[in-house]
Design a protein around this ligand. Structure first.
Ligand SMILES: CC(=O)SCCNC(=O)CCNC(=O)[C@H](O)C(C)(C)COP(=O)(O)OP(=O)(O)OC[C@H]1O[C@@H](n2cnc3c(N)ncnc32)[C@H](O)[C@@H]1OP(=O)(O)O
Ligand SMILES: CC(=O)C(=O)O
Length: 561
C-alpha cells in the first residue's frame, strides 16, 4: 500500500498518544464529498485541490476527497492530490457496499476505490431495515454479508478503513438488534471506526447520546464516530453529544455545507470541543484553531457562496456588538458579551454604530480614529443625536463607516471643503438602433478660485457621474486617479418616507464601496431620488479619500465640557 504522503509519522505518533488518552478527537472533513452534495456547490478539480491543501494546513486528520466511481473529477482528485505534498491529513476515498446484484470481489465500484490508492477508505452501508427493503430491495441477511464482504475485500488494500453506518439512528429506533448486527458485520469485515450517521438529520442530541451509550454497552470493542446532518438544526449539538458519549471521530464540513440543510459544521464543532470542555478534547494541532475564520471564508470563496455573516465563531457578525448597553460593557471587559476570545478562532470584535448606540459607541470610534474623547464632551451627544436622526431617515452607518468618520470630524469642528459643487446633471438615452442605454453626466465644481466643467459618458448614470466628477477634481487632486469604485448597492426603504415630498415617495439607500492602493471604504447616501442618493454617497467617497490623504486635517485637542 502506497501512502499518499510519507510525512505523517510524527503527527501519527502524537495522535496515537492523544488518542490513547481519549482526548484526541479525529476530525474527518467531508467538504469535498458530502459538502458538494449541497445545492449550489460544484467544484472543479483545481478548486478541490486548493481546498484539500488548505484543510491539510489547518490540520484536519482526514480529507474525504470524493467518490471515485461517481465521476471523472473525483477520480482525478485522487491522482492529482499526490503531487501536493500534504503534511498532515490522510486522504480518504468514499464509496458504498457492493451492489446487491453481484459480489464484493467483482464489484467495479469497490475496485475503483482500491485503484484510487488513498490513505483511507470509507464506505457506507445500510443499517435501517426500511432501506434494506425499500432502497436496496434485498434481504436483511444479504445486506449483512454485503457489509462484511465489502469491507473484507477493501481491508488488505488500505491502511485505514471506516464504515459509515447510514441511517443508523433511524435504524436503531426501528429495529435495534438489526442495526447492531450491521455494526457487528462491519467490525468483522475489518472497519476500525464505525461512524454512526444521522443521515436524515431528524435525531435530537439527547437521543444520539442515549443510543450511543447503548451501542457502547452492546459492542464495547468498537471505536465509534459520528456524522450528523442539520435538518433539525441540531447537527453540531448532536456531534458534541456523541463525543460526550464516547465517539472518537467527527465527520463534518466547513461552514456546514452539505446535502439538504447541510452537515455538521466543523467551524463550530472544533471550538465547541476544544474550548468548552476544560481542555478535555483536542481536535487540531496546537495553535491551529485560530485559522478557522480564514478557512471558513476561503472555502466559501471557492464554493462561490456568500459567507454567512451570522455564522457562530467565524462569521463577521459573531463578535459584532450593536446595542449601546453591550458596547459600553465590552469596552470595559469583552467577556461581558463574548463567550470566547474572538482571536482564538481567528475572528475579531466589531463595534457597530446605529440608532441603538449610546455614547460608548462614539467613544469607541473616537479611539479608533486616535482622537480620544471624554464621555461628557458635547460633541459626543451631538454626534449620537445626529446618527439616530439620520438612521431614522434611512442612513446606515454600521456598514458605511467612512461616511461616519466624516460626520465625526465635522462634528468636532473640521470644516475644510475640498471643493464646492456648482451644478451637475445626468441623462440616459438610446442612440439609433443600439438598444443599450448610454449615460452622460456633466459636472461643474469650484476648487479655490478655479472652476472645472467636465462631461463624461459611462455604463449607467452613477458611473458617468463618477467619471465626470473625478475628471473635474483630478487636476487639483492627482491622488484621486488611484481611486476605484468597487461596488454599488441600492436598497428601497419602503417604510421610510422623504420629508420633502407629499409623504408617498419611498427613499432609497445607496452604499458605495471604493478602494485605492491601500484601503477600502464604504459611504452612504439616502434620498427619494436615486441619482441624488448616489451623488451623496459618491461625494462622501471622494471627500473621504481626500481627507484620509490630507496631511493638514489635524484638529485641536478637545477638553471635557
Ligand atoms: C447518505 C449519502 O450521502 S450516500 C452518498 C450519496 N452520494 C451520491 O449519490 C453522489 C454520487 N452518486 C453517483 O454518482 C451515482 O448515484 C452512482 C454512480 C453512485 C450510482 O449511479 P447508478 O448506478 O446510476 O444508480 P442510481 O444513482 O440511479 O441509484 C443508486 C443505486 O445505488 C444503490 N445503493 C444505494 N445504497 C447502496 C449501498 N449502501 N450499497 C450498495 N448499493 C447501494 C441503490 O440501490 C441503487 O441501485 P439500483 O438502481 O441497482 O437498485
Ligand atoms: C454517509 C452519509 O453521508 C450519511 O449517512 O449522511
Amino acid at each position: 500500500m502506497t501512502r499518499l504522503n510519507s510525512k505523517k509519522t510524527v503527527s501519527d505518533a502524537n495522535d496515537a498518544a492523544l488518542f490513547s488518552r481519549m482526548k484526541k478527537i479525529q476530525i474527518y472533513d467531508t467538504t469535498l464529498r458530502d459538502g458538494t452534495q449541497g445545492e449550489g456547490i460544484t467544484l472543479s478539480l483545481a478548486d478541490m485541490l486548493r481546498i484539500a491543501t488548505r484543510l491539510d494546513k489547518l490540520g484536519v486528520d482526514f480529507i474525504e476527497g470524493g467518490w471515485p466511481a461517481s465521476n471523472e473529477t473525483d477520480k482525478a482528485f485522487f491522482r492529482e492530490i499526490r503531487n501536493h505534498g500534504l503534511s498532515h491529513a490522510r486522504i480518504s476515498a468514499f464509496g458504498s457496499t457492493c451492489s446487491p446484484h453481484g459480489t464484493a470481489e467483482s464489484d467495479p465500484q469497490l475496485q475503483a476505490l482500491i485503484d484510487s490508492k488513498p490513505d483511507a477508505i470509507c464506505i457506507f452501508g445500510k443499517t435501517w431495515d426500511l432501506h434494506v427493503h425499500e432502497a436496496l430491495r434485498t434481504t436483511e441477511e444479504h445486506n449483512l454479508s454485503m457489509i462484511r464482504d465489502s469491507l473484507a475485500v477493501l481491508r488488505p488494500h488500505v491502511e485505514v478503513l471506516h464504515f459509515d453506518a447510514e441511517h443508523f439512528f433511524d435504524g436503531f429506533k426501528s429495529n435495534p438488534e438489526y442495526a447492531l448486527d450491521c455494526l457487528r458485520a462491519a467490525h468483522e469485515g475489518g472497519a476500525e471506526v464505525l461512524v454512526l450517521c444521522d443521515t436524515n438529520g431528524g435525531t435530537l442530541p439527547s437521543e444520539i447520546r442515549n443510543i450511543i451509550q447503548r451501542v457502547r454497552t452492546a459492542i464495547p470493542e468498537a471505536t465509534l464516530g459520528i456524522h450528523t446532518h442539520n435538518d433539525s438544526d441540531t447537527a453540531v449539538a448532536g456531534a458534541i453529544e456523541a463525543v460526550l458519549a464516547g465517539a472518537q471521530l467527527v465527520q463534518g464540513t466547513i461552514n456546514g455545507y452539505g446535502e439538504r440543510c447541510g452537515n455538521a459544521n466543523l467551524c463550530s464543532i472544533i471550538p465547541n470541543l476544544e474550548l468548552k470542555h476544560n481542555g478535555a478534547y483536542t481536535c487540531l494541532p496546537e495553535g491551529h484553531m485560530n485559522q478557522l475564520a480564514e478557512v471558513s471564508r476561503f472555502v466559501s470563496d471557492i464554493c462561490n457562496l456568500h459567507p454567512f455573516d451570522r455564522q457562530p465563531y467565524v462569521g463577521t457578525s459573531a463578535f459584532a456588538h450593536k446595542g449601546g448597553v453591550h458596547i459600553s460593557a465590552v469596552r470595559r471587559n469583552p467577556r461581558t458579551y463574548e463567550h470566547i476570545e474572538p482571536r482564538a478562532v481567528g475572528n475579531a470584535q466589531r463595534i457597530l454604530l446605529s440608532r441603538l448606540s449610546g455614547r460608548s459607541s462614539i467613544l469607541h470610534m473616537a479611539e479608533k480614529y486616535n482622537y480620544p474623547l471624554d464621555k461628557n464632551d458635547k460633541a459626543v451627544k451631538t454626534l449620537l443625536d445626529e446618527i439616530k436622526a439620520r438612521e431614522d431617515k434611512g442612513y446606515e452607518y454600521a456598514s458605511a463607516e467612512a461616511s461616519f468618520e466624516l460626520l465625526f470630524f465635522r462634528a468636532l469642528g473640521w470644516t475644510k471643503e475640498y471643493f464646492e459643487r456648482i451644478t451637475f446633471s445626468v441623462s440616459d438615452s438610446v442612440r439609433g438602433r443600439d438598444s443599450s442605454p448610454y449615460a452622460e453626466a456633466t459636472v461643474m465644481i469650484r476648487v479655490g478660485d478655479r472652476i472645472e466643467h467636465t462631461a463624461a459618458t459611462g455604463k449607467g448614470q452613477v458611473n458617468a457621474l463618477d467619471v465626470a466628477l473625478r475628471k473635474a477634481l483630478t487636476p487639483c487632486y492627482p491622488s484621486l486617479a488611484e481611486m476605484r469604485l468597487e461596488d454599488y448597492k441600492v436598497r428601497v426603504l419602503p417604510g421610510i418616507k422623504d420629508d420633502d415630498t407629499d409623504g408617498t415617495a419611498s427613499v432609497v439607500r445607496v452604499l458605495i464601496e471604493s478602494a485605492d492602493n491601500t484601503e477600502r471604504w464604504t459611504t452612504v447616501g439616502v434620498h427619494y431620488d436615486l441619482v441624488l442618493a448616489s451623488w451623496q454617497a459618491l461625494i462622501d467617497s471622494v471627500v473621504y479619500k481626500l481627507f484620509k490623504d490630507d496631511p493638514d486635517k489635524v484638529l485641536p485637542l478637545r477638553t471635557a465640557e
